[in-house]
Structure formats: C-alpha cells, structure tokens
Design a protein around this ligand. Structure first.
Ligand code: SD4
Length: 327
C-alpha cells in the first residue's frame, strides 16, 4: 500500500482539496492511523498558572502511578482551592447564586467519564472518574450526578464561599440578571499527562462561566470539546469561552489533526483559526488550547494574549505563555 505523508496530505486537505473523505472511502485510513511509537514522558501540562496542580500530578507519576491518577490528582488541586473562582469550591455561581460544576476525564484506553451541572460536590473530577469506572455511561448530569456521588461516599457541601457570593451580588447590581460573557473569569483547569509507560490521560474541571444562566453547560465536561485523548495521537484541552469550543469540537479536532501529522502547536493554531473563521466576533473573546503528542512535544495557542500555562517536564515545573492569533 502506498505510504501517505500525513502532514502533506492534511495540509492539502486544509487548503481545500477535500481529500479527507476520499481517503476514508478508499479504505486508506488505516495507513494513517499508525502514529508514533513509544512515548517519552513523563510530562504534565495544565491551563493557566496551575503549577500546584502540575506538581501534584507529577508526584503521582514519580510514585509510579498512571497518567489517569496524575490528572485526577492535579485537577483536584484547584477544585479544593477557595481562591480559584472558576473551579470547584469557591467557584463563581450562576446568576441565581448556585455553584454548578462540569468535569470530565479520559484515560489511555479511550474510556471517558463526565459530570455536568452538578451541585454541592467539591471534586467533580473524581465523580467523573467513578462514572467512567463504575457505570455503563459516559455522562451524568444534575440531580442524577449528585445522587450518584452521594451514593459513592462524596460529601454534600455548600460550595458558595463568601468571596464568590459577594462577587455575584456585585454582578447582580450592575448586570440586572442579564448573562454576559465575563472576561475576567478564566482559571478552568484542563490538564494532560504522560506517565512512565508513555500513556496519556486528560481531565478538565470548571464552575463554568461566571453568572451563567441556570442549567448552562459549557465545553469542559464534553468529551472532544473541553478535552480529548487518543493514546495513539495525543491529547488536547481547552479553556475560555466554552460556546466557541463546543461549536468547533476543538479538542477532538486538535487530536485528529495530530493524528494526520500536524505538530501539537500547528494543531492548536488550526483549531483557533477554525473558531475565528467560523464564529463572527470571536476575535473579541478568549479561547486557549493545549496539546501534547506521544513524543512529549506540546503546543499552546490562544485567540489573544495572555494565555499562560504550566508545564512540568524534565524535572522543571514552569509557567509559559502561549502564542496567539490576534496581534
Ligand atoms: C466554560 N470553558 O464553561 C469554560 C470556562 C473556562 O476558564 O474555561 N474558564 O465555558
């Protein structure tokens, strides 16, 4: 069978030759599926300056635990931190004053779990993991997710801190119950890891957009939008305005682009380009993507500055700034 240069092929597809469907029709897709060989981790990467999270995750890996254990441990750090107003305990509420949480997790075998619109549980990422491991489902939502968590020993708590309550009351005075894109509420954690075996896992957890409509669910718990992992190709995660990520299924798109030979950086850039191309006015908003491949390479790209991220690799845990589209 003729060898296909995945990158050249993809770039030609991107420039409009529409060769992708043809490839699948001819049954050649298998040829392009066998991506890179052994991984060269360990590595942990997370959105924003979540160095405490990447540190907790790397400790798991150094102790011989899996990438799945690592991303869960990392995601739990901002979930438990009352100062992080975008995740878990201390997260800003919806416009009715309820803290409603979204989270997902995915392992190297393609197993996935997710909870959406869940209240009163501090660690939604751990509930998402249990959905993945203990149920025949991928997603549980709202009351059902809460009931499942309580049945599995999670504690019911009031997650609305005084600080978050005050911010919500201030917002109510100015905005009169009209949901808007809040520009300064973005510390959602998306986290990806490669363990000592070279396996990739990912997680994402958030309280979503501050002062959103009750019942609103963003990209973060949606497998393929807020996060996606395919152990052959790599992993990706998102932060920022979830509606844009949902409309373009950004994390899945990035992983697929890496499968066809793009570097993580090129893939993140293309996913941002897709948002800017398809969604009028998106250049005013923020979305940031992170991606890793099996070779331990990473990419980061956002609509606009600044999008810092934490990278723990080669014994160093540091903050870096992504490249961006709007100059
Ligand atoms: C959402 N993407 O619910 C999340 C918000 C976010 O940093 O990422 N904030 O739309």
């Amino acid at each position: 069978m003729k060898k296909i240069n995945r990158k050249k092929f993809l770039l030609s597809a991107l420039t409009g030759t529409a060769a992708l469907p043809l490839l699948f029709k001819k049954g050649l897709a298998q040829n392009v599926m066998t991506l890179s060989s052994a991984g060269s981790g360990p590595l942990v990467i997370a959105t924003w300056d979540n160095r405490k999270a990447t540190d907790a995750a790397m400790q798991q890996i150094m102790n011989g635990k899996s990438a799945l254990d690592a991303v869960e441990a990392g995601a739990r750090v901002p979930e438990g931190d009352p100062e992080d107003t975008s995740v878990g305990y201390g997260g800003y509420p919806d416009r009715d004053g309820n803290v409603t949480l979204d989270a997902c997790i995915m392992d190297h075998q393609g197993n996935a779990g997710s909870v959406t619109f869940m209240q009163h549980i501090r660690h939604p990422v751990s509930v998402a993991r249990l959905v993945m491991e203990k149920t025949p489902h991928v997603m549980l939502s709202g009351e059902g997710a809460l009931r499942f968590a309580l049945e599995n020993g999670f504690k019911k708590e009031n997650l609305l801190t005084e600080k978050a309550k005050r911010a919500w009351q201030e917002w109510m005075k100015e905005n009169k119950y009209t949901p808007k894109v809040s520009k300064n509420n973005h510390d959602t954690i998306g986290i990806l890891a490669i363990d000592k075996k070279g396996n990739i896992s990912g997680a994402c957890t958030t309280s979503g957009r501050a002062f959103k409509m009750h019942g609103r669910v963003g990209d973060s718990p949606i497998i393929g939008a807020g996060m996606y992992v395919d152990n052959e190709a790599g992993g990706a995660c998102a932060t920022g305005l979830g509606e844009h990520v949902l409309k373009t299924l950004g994390s899945f798109l990035i992983v697929e682009l890496m499968r066809y030979g793009l570097t993580p950086q090129e893939a993140c850039k293309e996913a941002i380009r897709r948002i800017l191309d398809k969604i009028p006015g998106a250049h005013n908003d923020q979305v940031g993507y992170l991606a890793i491949n099996k070779n331990g390479e990473h990419g980061a790209y956002s609509i606009k500055p600044t999008f810092p991220y934490a990278l723990y690799q080669n014994g160093e845990n540091k903050v870096m700034e992504s490249d961006f589209a709007m100059r």
